[in-house]
Design a protein around this ligand. Structure first.
Ligand code: IDP
Ligand code: MG
Length: 157
């Protein structure tokens, strides 16, 4: 099954909506393979946002990502990367559709509550960046057969 990486950002931790965000993914039927709280170092942030380090807003982004711990979460499900990106919504929360996490919980393009991997290749890299092998759990979900149809089980599991 496909895995993706979520970071619940410091702004969400401060605002006390961490549980609401985790609940959305649980309700959707994504299995939590790993979850932990951590501070982001300069090094891990520069690696994670390598595509943005030269941008003028990077110092603001860096400060906002180090203002409190983040909660890193590895989610698993059929086509999890694409599904989670759809649930999260577009980068600028003001443009994110109602019903998405950013659309429902944020007014900001920077303080946009959550990070989600943007491709299957990046998800693999990002999961390795934030989790050790022993921090990811392969337990059996008791309700998988009620969450997916037979055809999907054959295709994705
Ligand atoms: P994404 O989080 O939707 O994948 P990216 O372009 O990868 O968007 O940007 C990473 C993060 O950098 C965003 O979630 C947001 O917090 C911040 N960011 C992106 N563009 C801007 C901007 O133009 N101004 C301020 N912050 C930005
Ligand atoms: Mg991104």
């Amino acid at each position: 099954m496909e895995r993706t990486l979520i970071l619940i950002k410091p702004n969400a931790i401060q605002r006390g909506i961490m549980g609401d965000i985790v609940t959305r993914f649980e309700r959707k039927g994504l299995r939590i393979a790993g979850i932990k709280m951590m501070y982001l170092t300069d090094e891990i942030l520069a690696e994670h946002y390598a595509h943005l380090v030269e941008r003028p807003f990077y110092p603001f982004l860096k400060a906002s990502m180090q203002a409190a711990p983040v909660v890193a979460c590895c989610l698993e499900g059929a086509e999890a990367v694409e599904t989670v990106r759809l649930m999260v919504g577009v980068t600028n929360s003001r443009k994110a559709l109602p019903g998405t996490i950013r659309g429902d919980f944020s007014m900001s393009g920077e303080q946009n509550v959550v990070h989600a991997s943007d491709s299957v290749e990046n998800a693999i890299i990002e999961i390795k960046r934030f989790f050790k092998e022993e921090e990811l759990f392969d337990y059996e979900s008791a309700v998988t057969r009620f969450e997916y149809g037979g055809e999907e089980t054959a295709k994705f599991m």
